[in-house]
Design a protein around this ligand. Structure first.
Ligand SMILES: Nc1ncnc2c1ncn2[C@@H]1O[C@H](COP(=O)(O)OP(=O)(O)OP(=O)(O)O)[C@@H](O)[C@H]1O
Ligand SMILES: [Mg+2]
Length: 560
């Protein structure tokens, strides 16, 4: 079996590492550097340049030079160069192929297997697209690993014996990931992940650009402006001010040259990005509460990703968690090191191999069911895998077709936390046909969702009476993450207080296993959501429906 490499395929930069003599080692690229810019330039003849060499063409040939392609992962957006279309995975594959070629020449052996990291908050479709890029690059993708988990593995390897609660805050070029985990005696137990797939250093660059100049359409001028904006941002991480100087950036309508000369202070920069930086607090709090931790429970805060070098980002993390984060891992290299450690665990090449890893599914996944309410019939989202369930996991439930002589059901698959399916992200569907025609209640189907170690979802449906099965890997393109809708906060909603006794009563029935059809659970969740959304009329309807449903229980109990 050939060696497995670990690859951090980043929005701005990428790294590759592997296990050498039992420990993780970063592999230099053809320029002798450990960090490769995630830039690809395609020449007229179809040949490809990657990394720093490619980055030089960002200014002269922006039409066939690509950067920050990771943000398009899983979308169907086409990239054009020399009258040819490329999918985002095609460009990602070129990056991977280059990194692997660097490793092959460094190690002097053929590389065919890899662990590739993705943001923990990447969706199913984005994970599949990443795995596909690996295959296009000729690799067998052994594992898709969450980036913050990789950082935790790296930290964990040198702090094996300690029992520690860790929060990883990873703000890179394009994505934010927050992961909370517990480490004890070599076990790394991921409790919860939360984040934003569309927030990172590139957004700060864009804000600086907008403050430096009116957006033009000249692609070369934009590239120069973007580069100057990023330089300015980076410089302000350890200086109080920075002079931006862009002579002859554009020509105006009269053909006169326009130059930019501007001094930007750190204070100004901090004001510009304040809102974006502050928006990272919510995912931190959400991950903590999902993990059932308070900030005081945390022993270690790991800062990962280049954007955590920004002082006001560090300050926000410190203030939100009332603790000082430590620079205990290398923010640029730790994810690739962690990927190599995962590779080492798979191939058994690690010196200190007593490391066990568990991870979670960061999203709630489920289907939609027709709910025959007392007042109305409506579709409701029914979760099968609640968010932050430890993976791999498989959950199944029995459902009943909703009308007489129905011979097929469409199993819709959603990701999200709202009881209303329309507010969640639709991932796709699976059609189950061939149900023997019968009256409602005589036939039933079993739906099962399984979520593997790579974070990839498989949906199965089977007819209980005949055993007929259908299954599909759910894949869609362009799925975006939705903000987490946290039902656990319902008690804080206006007017929620008076509903506590009712909800408690209902939850007791559920806990006692009396809610056979799942009806009470659905009503409780809908009620909590309606309270949070301040939907008064729905709250009233749901209260009545819930009372009615509970009454039915009590009368059943009475006759037993
Ligand atoms: N000293 C610094 N101050 C501020 N920002 C910085 C600094 N150094 C790097 N950055 C920013 O960090 C980002 C790159 O970080 P990193 O390489 O960790 O991201 P990535 O892994 O490519 O992205 P992602 O993990 O989101 O896919 C860029 O936006 C870069 O401008
Ligand atoms: Mg990264």
């Amino acid at each position: 079996m050939s060696r497995i490499v670990g690859i951090d395929l980043g929005t701005s930069t990428s790294e590759i590492a592997c296990i050498v003599n039992g420990t993780p080692k970063l592999i230099p690229n053809t320029q002798g550097k450990l960090i490769t810019p995630s830039v690809v330039h395609i020449r007229e003849d179809g040949s490809v340049l990657v990394g720093e060499e490619a980055a030089e063409y960002l200014f002269t040939r922006p039409d066939c030079t690509f950067m920050e392609v990771k943000r398009l992962t899983g979308s169907s957006e086409a990239l054009h160069a020399h009258n040819k279309d490329y999918a985002p995975e095609d460009i990602q594959a070129m990056l991977l192929r280059y990194l692997v070629a660097c490793a092959e020449s460094f190690l002097n052996e053929k590389i065919e297997r890899a662990v590739i990291t993705v943001p923990a908050y990447f969706t199913d479709a984005q994970r599949r697209a990443t795995a596909k890029a690996g295959e296009l690059a000729g690799l067998q993708v052994e594992r898709i690993l969450n980036e913050p988990t990789a950082a935790a593995l790296d930290y964990g390897l040198s702090n094996l014996k300690e029992c520690t609660n860790v929060l990883v805050y990873d703000l890179g070029g394009g994505t934010l990931d927050v992961t909370v985990l517990e480490m004890f005696e070599g076990v790394i137990d991921v409790k919860a992940s939360c984040g934003n797939n569309q927030l990172g250093g590139k957004d700060f660059d864009e804000i600086v650009m907008r403050n430096l100049a009116e957006a033009g359409t000249d692609e070369r001028a934009l590239m120069r402006l973007k580069k100057a904006a990023e330089e300015c941002k980076i410089r302000l991480s350890d200086h109080d001010e920075h002079q931006v100087s862009l002579p002859f950036l554009l020509t105006d309508n009269d053909g006169k040259p326009v130059s930019i000369e501007k001094t930007v202070t750190r204070t100004e920069f901090e004001q510009w990005v304040e809102e974006k930086v502050a928006s990272t607090k919510e995912p931190m709090m959400s991950a903590l509460s999902d993990a059932k931790f308070t900030p005081q429970d945390l022993n270690v805060i790991l800062l990962v990703g280049g954007s955590t070098r920004i002082p006001c980002v560090k300050k926000l993390v410190a203030e939100s968690l009332s603790a000082t984060p430590h620079s205990l891992v290398d923010p640029d290299l730790t994810v690739a090191r962690g990927a190599a450690i995962q590779a080492g665990l798979l191939e058994g090449s690690l010196n200190n191999a007593d490391l066990v890893l568990t991870d979670v599914c960061p999203y709630t996944l489920g289907t939609s069911v027709l709910h025959n309410g007392f007042l109305e019939r409506r579709l409701v989202f029914d979760p099968l895998i609640p968010r932050n369930t430890t993976i791999p996991t498989e959950k199944s439930k029995i459902y009943i077709p909703s009308s007489d002589y129905q011979t097929s059901v469409r199993i819709d698959v959603y990701q999200g936390d709202s009881t209303n399916p329309d507010n969640n992200e639709r991932l796709g569907d699976v059609l189950l046909t061939g149900i023997p025609p019968a009256k409602v209640g005589e036939e039933s189907i079993e739906i099962s969702f399984s979520y593997d170690m790579n974070g990839i979802l498989q949906v199965k449906g089977s007819i209980v009476s005949t055993g007929k099965q259908v299954s599909a890997e759910i894949s869609t393109t362009g799925v975006k993450a939705k903000p987490v809708f946290d039902l656990t906060k319902w008690e804080k909603a206006d007017g929620a207080r008076q509903f506590r006794p009712l909800v408690r009563k209902a939850e007791k029935q559920i806990e006692a296993g009396n809610d056979k059809t799942g009806e009470i659970a659905i009503l409780v969740r809908q009620l909590k959501e309606a309270l949070l959304l301040k939907n008064k009329s729905q709250v009233e309807n749901l209260r009545e429906e819930l009372l009615e449903a509970l009454d039915a229980f009590e009368s059943l109990g009475f006759f037993k």
